[in-house]
Every structure is written in C-alpha cells, then in structure tokens.
Design a protein around this ligand. Structure first.
Ligand code: PMP
Length: 362
C-alpha cells in the first residue's frame, strides 16, 4: 500500500486504518453470507444485528443511562437543523439558540423558518473567536429547548462546559466532537451528529436522546421527518444507510479498543497540546485564532502574517503529503482537523513541518 496521507480534512475526515482494513477484509463476503453488507435486506437478521450492535456500542461508550435511544437517520446534521424545530417548536413556544458561529447560525436560520426563536447567548462581539459564558442563562418559561453547538468546526471553538437548563431540554449539535471526550450524557436531552468526522463515513446521522422526547411528534409534520416514526421503527422505517452504519459500528469498536472515551480523550488532549504549543511557541510566526479557553481540541485554526505566506504554507504542505490544512473558505487562514482517527504521529509530522517552514520563512 502507498503511504497514508497526513489527513487533516474537516469532514469527511480520516478513518482509522485498522477500520478500513477490517472493512476491506469482509467487504465482498460479509460473515460467510456470500454477499456484502450493501447487498442484503435491511430487514434480515444479519444486517439487523449490526444495526443493533452499533446502537448498543454507542450508548455504552457514552455511558448513557437507561432511557436513552439511538436513531440512525439520513440527510446529515443539516436535516436535524430542520427536524428539531419541526418536532419540538410548537405554537406558543420559543426555541433558544446559542450563537457561536457558522454552524449554529445555520441551525438558527432553519428554526426561524418554522417558529419563534431567541438568542440565548452569543459570541458575535468577539467575532466568534470564543464561546459565550453560559452560566447565567435566563431561560423563558415557554422555551421548547436550548440549542448549543458544542464545537464550531469552521471557527475552531469548543465548549468545555455545558449549562444546566433545568426542565428545558438541552439539545447539542456534536457533529465535530462527538465521542472525543467523556461527558455526562445525563446533562443532555438530545445529541446529534453527522458521522463523517468522528464516527465514520458520511451518509448516516446519529441522534441520541431521551426516549420521551422521541415519542410524540406533532401530527401535522411529514412521516419521515418525525422522530416518533424512527423511534417506533428502530430507525428501520425506510431503508437505512446500511454500509455507513456498519462502518460506524467498526469505528465504535475501535474506540473501545483505544480505552473508550477516557483513552481517546487523553490522546486527543495530547495531540491538541502538541499543536497549540507549536503555535504558541513560534514567537508570533503562527497565531492561534481563538481565545485560549475556547480552543477546540478537534479543529485547530491558526494564521500566518499574510495571505500570501499562508498560500505558500498550504502549497508546500501539500507537496509534503499534508491534506486539508486550508481554512474554510468563509474564514480563510489555516485549519488542522485532528479528530479521533488522526494519529499522534501525523500531528507530530505537521509540527515538524511547521518548524521547518518557519526556519525557512521566519
Ligand atoms: N454542524 C456542524 C458542527 C458541522 O461541522 C457540520 C458539517 N461540517 C454540520 C452541522 C452539517 O453537517 P452535514 O453536512 O452532515 O449536514
């Protein structure tokens, strides 16, 4: 096999090599069935056991107490931006959103198409280069839910703590940091994430929620957009993205082998520390974009002194086998996404490349 790329893509992103190899080994003939997982009925026992196993593993890894359910849906996290208000933002209610940047704004825009919303907190004044303090939130009595984006993939910010919302459901978009650290799931009422960063390939979106939230969707909304449809049918109301779910199950198994969330968190902190230290110790040659206490351990955003030198950095990094270091087109600069599957040695290679680049251009 050719050398693996130093993959810093923001999503779709790196998948552990072990997972790819295991999938390859059983690609053509899944468990002696004479067919691949993509060729069999989603109503058969073989597929269903993969489906159920992935749900159990996910709940197990999160340490979710009894009463939480996993749904496998399609349409990406973006479809959840619409499904959430469709299912919960009923007449007379308002939905609270914490504004932290690009993805939270997309979620808000969808909710506004459906009902009343309010901004519970915002870091706009800081150009979204930090996350707002959520300690003193005032939650109105008629709040349907409070929505938080745990990690802003584009800006590179991450919440380290979550608010206590009392009886108001706390809903969190964890698309870019799910399963990257241990969290107390009890604090959350609904978590959702597109799979293509920390969970596997694109094509499946996971929703992990308290069962009672998933059982009473308003009667007027379309069948396929109702949480209760998918809850009642164990996410088999229509044909699920079987191969993506199979891959998620393999990635979950891999996370278990890394020591679960405690193990993966320790590794993620080590990788992020290495990279942020390289930025901070460059005497201003590299500059982190985000306030220190809000820095993401998943998406590390940084800049150089001019756009020209940033272009040079990207070009030369690509020649050395680095992929995905260009910042999102909406904000520019540089971004290294160091999700669970990015090995420590890959981050080390980047830090070495950065030092060499500085030596030549500093
Ligand atoms: N939320 C966050 C935090 C994201 O990073 C992304 C994708 N980059 C989305 C939502 C949208 O996800 P999808 O492309 O799966 O709709």
């Amino acid at each position: 096999m050719n050398k693996r790329a130093f993959n810093f893509n923001a999503g779709p992103a790196a998948i552990p090599l072990e997972v790819l190899e295991r999938a390859q080994a059983e690609f053509v003939d899944f468990q002696g069935t004479g067919m691949s997982i993509m060729e069999m009925s989603h109503r058969g026992a073989v597929y269903e056991s993969v489906h159920d196993e992935a749900q159990k593993r996910l709940l197990g890894l999160l340490g979710a107490p009894v009463g939480y359910k996993v749904l496998f849906l399609t349409g990406g996290a973006s479809t959840q931006f619409a499904m959430l208000p469709l299912n919960f933002l009923t007449e007379g209610k308002t939905a609270g959103y914490v504004r932290t940047g690009s993805w939270s704004d997309k979620a808000i825009a969808e909710a506004r198409l459906i009902g009343e919303t309010y901004i519970a907190a915002s870091s706009e004044d800081d150009k979204f280069m930090s996350v707002p303090d959520l300690h003193q939130l005032q939650i109105p009595e008629n709040a349907a839910y409070l929505h938080v984006t745990s990690n802003e993939t584009i800006e590179g910010t991450q919440f380290k703590e979550f608010p206590d919302t009392g009886s108001t459901p706390l809903i969190v978009d964890m698309s870019s940091d799910i399963l990257s650290r241990s969290l107390d799931v009890n604090r959350f009422d609904l978590i959702y994430a597109g799979a293509q960063k920390n969970l596997g390939p694109s094509g499946v979106t996971v929703v992990i929620a308290r069962e009672e939230l998933l059982q009473n969707s308003p009667k007027h909304i379309p069948t396929v957009l109702r949480y209760d449809t998918h809850f009642k049918n164990n996410s088999l109301y229509n044909t699920p993205p079987a191969f993506s779910i199979y891959m998620v199950n393999q990635v979950l198994k891999w996370i278990e082998e890394q020591g679960g969330l405690t193990g993966i968190e320790a590794l993620n902190v080590k990788k992020a520390d290495l990279l942020y230290q390289a930025i901070d110790q460059s005497s201003g040659f590299f500059r982190g974009c985000v306030a220190e206490s809000s820095r993401s351990n998943m998406n590390v955003t940084f800049r150089l002194s001019s756009e020209d030198i940033e272009k040079k950095f990207i070009k030369e990094s690509e020649q050395e086998g680095f992929v995905g270091l260009k910042g999102h087109r909406s904000v520019g600069g540089l971004r290294a996404s160091i999700y669970n599957a990015v090995p420590y040695d890959t981050v080390k290679a980047l830090v070495d490349f950065m030092a060499e680049f500085q030596r030549k251009n500093g």
